[in-house]
Ligand binder design. Structure first.
Ligand SMILES: C[S@@+](CC[C@H](N)C(=O)[O-])C[C@H]1O[C@@H](n2cnc3c(N)ncnc32)[C@H](O)[C@@H]1O
Length: 339
């Protein structure tokens, strides 16, 4: 029997059978899910503006080391190069991806390709899109006045779930107990994810930053108390080929398992805002306006520039969608070595 955390990690990353490690899972239009990076080049072009801002702020270092962690097939690297940020000549781009099938698709002319963050000496900027939701979580459930932890036993399907008294309940979860006990429904006991791996990863990334460096992560999530009021199926989900999958206890390694990130369990960020607000702050609307203008001037020509311009407008709709990607969070942290 193993903890849900160990089970989820194996389902995703077991070298032979894991969803990502085996190559079953991949981001992209032909893959299992569409991330902001995979919507089109606009997202990378806005992040490129943010990178130029921090390159200037740091005194235009050369090399300017930028790591994309959980890089998947390396689409962000292609977008960044296509956007031609001012920092491009100084850019030392590092694509970090745990899955060998993802790494095999990296374009090594655009950047170095590494297996994990440990292999990176230091970076000015670390970027991670939809990485944190794919890091394994413990699952705790409140039952008759105590917190139990979900373990996974042998067998098939949801009957594999076992509940044992939780030995280590984080303060953010014990703090929930009083209000939850007063309102808990017996048939829907509160459950919460414990994102130890995500919190440790954030600190490991911050430890790699040079003084003044920045970590930027985009993901979906909510505070722990908010997640506790939802059924666990609302925050622990499975996907396969753009469709919801089955129970996480079924088909291990054949579907993605993802968890809404309990944001207040992460180290406190410098800033936290909705993805739509972040993209607006960094100029997406001006870029879309420019696209509209090019489209209206060149639509009759139907050339590549006009098609790209039109696609920019469509991409912005998806990236800013208040019921979709726009509702994600943009989180920024400074380095651990900051004075
Ligand atoms: C949901 S995909 C996101 C891919 C890409 N960032 C995007 O936005 O399209 C998450 C990726 O993170 C990778 N991953 C998970 N844990 C990792 C780690 N500790 N270091 C590097 N990559 C990791 C997975 O293999 C997977 O390719």
């Amino acid at each position: 029997m193993v903890s849900f955390e160990a089970y989820m990690d194996a389902c995703l990353y077991d070298p032979e059978h894991g969803f990502y490690a085996s190559g079953v899972g991949m981001a992209g239009r032909r893959g299992d899910f569409l991330t902001s990076v995979e919507v089109g080049p606009l997202f990378g072009a806005v992040v490129a503006r943010w990178l130029d801002f921090h390159w200037d702020r740091l005194g235009q270092p050369d090399p300017f080391v930028v790591a994309d962690v959980g890089a998947g097939p390396g689409t962000f690297a292609r977008e960044l190069h296509a956007a031609r940020p001012r920092c491009i000549e100084a850019l030392d781009l590092v694509l970090i991806e745990r899955s060998p099938s993802g790494r095999s698709l990296h374009d090594r002319t655009l950047g170095r390709s590494l297996v994990d963050l440990d292999a990176l000496e230091c970076a000015h900027v670390i970027f991670a899109n939809e990485l944190l939701d794919n890091l394994a979580v413990r699952v705790l459930q409140r039952h008759r006045g105590q917190w139990l932890e979900v373990f996974v036993g042998p067998g098939e399907g949801p009957s594999r779930q076992r509940l044992l008294p939780a030995s280590d309940v984080p303060a953010v979860v014990t703090a929930l107990t009083a209000p939850l006990v007063g309102n808990a429904q017996e048939d829907h006991p509160p459950s919460v994810p414990v994102a130890r791996c995500a919190a440790e990863w954030v600190d490991a990334a911050r430890a790699k930053l040079v003084e003044g460096g920045r970590l930027l992560a985009f993901d979906y999530g909510a505070d722990t108390a908010e997640l506790a009021w939802r059924a666990p199926t609302a925050w622990l989900r499975t996907f396969r080929q753009h469709q919801p999958g089955t129970s996480p206890f079924e088909s291990p390694g054949q579907q993605d398992i993802t968890c809404d990130v309990p944001l207040d369990q992460l180290p406190p960020p410098l800033s936290r805002m909705r993805q739509a607000d972040w993209l607006r702050h960094w100029g997406i609307e001006a870029m879309v306006e420019e696209g509209r203008k090019i489209w209206s001037e060149r639509a009759a020509l139907g050339d590549l520039a006009s098609i790209r311009a039109r696609s920019r407008v469509r991409e912005a709709d998806a990236l800013l969608d208040p019921n979709g990607l726009g509702w994600f969070w943009a989180l920024e942290w400074d380095g651990l070595a900051e004075p």
